[in-house]
Design a protein around this ligand. Sequence first.
Ligand code: NAD
Length: 346
Amino acid sequence: MKKKNILITGGAGFIGVNLTHYLLSDPNNNVIVYDNLSRKGVEHNLAWIQSLKCKNLAFIKGDVRDYIKLKEVVEGIDEIYHLAAQVAVTSSVENPVDDFEINAFGTLCLLEAVRRKCLNAILVFSSTNKVYGELLHLELQESNTRYAFTGDKKGISEQENLDFHSPYGVSKGTADQYIRDYHRIYGTRSIVFRQSCIYGQHQYGNEDQGWVAHFIIKSLLGKKINIYGDGKQVRDLLEVRDLINAYMLAVKNIEKTQGEIYNAGGGIKNTLSLLELIFFLAETLKKEIEYELFPWRPGDQKIFVSDNTKLEKDLSWKPNRSAKDGIRNLIVWIKDNIELIKNVST
Ligand SMILES: NC(=O)c1ccc[n+]([C@@H]2O[C@H](COP(=O)([O-])OP(=O)(O)OC[C@H]3O[C@@H](n4cnc5c(N)ncnc54)[C@H](O)[C@@H]3O)[C@@H](O)[C@H]2O)c1
């Protein structure tokens, strides 16, 4: 079989290292991880993946804002997964210029490199549900533990209006639209995934990003959890291996998927509110978990649930892992690595 050269920007990060691990299992894949290691803790992900001693893995320490370097690196590449990003809404509010440069300008640098050096490469981009904004027009009902849609609405589809909110929402949304437009204007073979909350092993969650892992870590360490808002905000959770499965199907069916945008999340069956996760952890870990409420953070949606119909229809994709099983699995990984995680995430 023909060898494939694959580039993963942000390949040392949470989603990136899981994807790298998956792709390395095929000896026909040569995988290059391109990452500037700016996210705290990801050096451990890199050390882990390198410890597997796969001959088909290469690491390049690099920045997505470095256009000259990107142009060299993409030469001869067949597939690109663009995951590198500044990922926290909070940091984007503190430093919007950095956020813009990494997420928007960095993506444009990559697109230009692809246009000049490997126009035929397949490009998968990890966008976010934050491009739909706060969704204030939705009619919601409120119970003791959560918000819910009224009527029979199952989720948010790709037809929802774009309404970038927060510098992170704007910079990722800009990148999302550039990726789409480079397909229209220059014919890049790209696919955009607007992802809900992704969770799983190798995620060093903290208060700014990666809330599922963060809540588990705090709970295991017996520390108080800060909740911004009333805790009833609902998210649909998607286990990282299910996301990777969606990426693989999209790449395999590139003639159908290029230029398309897909919402990808756990869907209505895999939703939890922040309070519900705390209650689930208290029950599973058999301990009391202390939490405190603080004011809402900018752009925080009261509810986001992905309507996955387009992914299901085009690619026969469905999440395979239930949120509760996935969380139990993540608890085991965090317990096994708690000493290391303690130093990174708290
Ligand atoms: N995890 C989620 O729930 C989620 C949800 C929606 C979208 N996303 C998107 O998925 C992608 C991956 O997210 P993640 O959860 O794995 O985050 P992560 O922070 O674990 O990974 C991002 C990686 O990018 C690297 N990076 C940051 N700036 C860089 C730069 N300038 N040049 C090169 N590398 C750089 C970091 O060092 C890190 O390894 C991001 O684009 C994020 O916006 C994630």
